[in-house]
Design a protein. Sequence first.
Length: 131
Amino acid sequence: MCPQVASIREAAAKSLQKIAQDFGPEWTKDHLLPRILAMARNSHYLYRMTMLLSLSLLAPLVSHDVLVSQMLPVVLAAAKDKVRCALRAWGPANSRGGGGGGCWVPTAHHAGAACGRGVVLLLEAASGAVG
């Protein structure tokens, strides 16, 4: 059975993205980003994975300076984080609980792959971020 809370975490990250779009980059930097970055210190890996997803969605919405000085160091540090993380596996063969969609399949591995994807997304966003 796929944990339905995974979709809730994803929806929460997308809601943060919408809030950031509505309130703008300065408000995001001052009010939203500190709370998201604080999740990097949480002992539970799901908070840290949610933080990475949130940062990847917020990266295109903040200034290049904020991206490089505040977000990127946290993502690079997370690349060294060893966790039992969840990878999204798609397809009917991997779908548990019906629906034919994807589900979060817990897989023990170094988080570098997931965090590496976060770094790539952040760097891609940096190249097109508001200057």
